[in-house]
Design a binder for this molecule. Structure first.
Ligand code: FES
Length: 135
């Protein structure tokens, strides 16, 4: 089994048994994001305290990559400063999931990151579109 297989298995495991699934009743920030090409979607809920992500939940429907990544990424950002979350880019995301889905499926992997970054930027009253369009 190669490293890639192991990471792919982990992604599938997260898809089948996602962490952080659900909603936060009174979120500090929330965001809905969709991939227009396939119709897959996600809603992200953030609880922010002292400039940090205290809790995060999501729900949505999508492929193994989009939903598996959402589970892994929400684990990753818990406890992080908003500034760190804001800075997360494609390279950082691929490090978290451990595989490169390639150009055709990249939009699947970035779905949750776009939603999370937009939620944080909107919460901070910063421009949303320019900071997330490279994703
Ligand atoms: Fe739609 Fe992956 S096929 S997000």
């Amino acid at each position: 089994m190669t490293d890639l297989d192991i990471y792919a298995e982990e992604l599938i495991h997260h898809y089948e048994h996602p962490n952080n699934k659900g909603e936060i009743a009174k979120p500090s920030a929330k965001m809905h994001e969709e991939n227009i090409s396939c119709g897959d979607k996600i809603d992200i809920f953030l609880l922010i305290e002292d400039g940090k992500v205290k809790d995060v939940k999501f729900h949505g429907s999508g492929c193994v990559i989009s939903m598996g990544t959402a589970s892994m990424l929400t684990d990753e950002i818990k406890g992080k400063n908003l500034a760190e979350v804001e800075k997360m880019d494609k390279a950082g995301l691929l490090k978290v999931i451990g595989i490169d889905p390639g150009p055709v499926r990249m939009h699947c992997a970035t779905l949750s990151l776009r939603a999370i970054k937009k939620a944080v930027l909107e919460y901070e009253k910063k421009p949303v579109d320019t900071a997330t369009k490279e994703l």
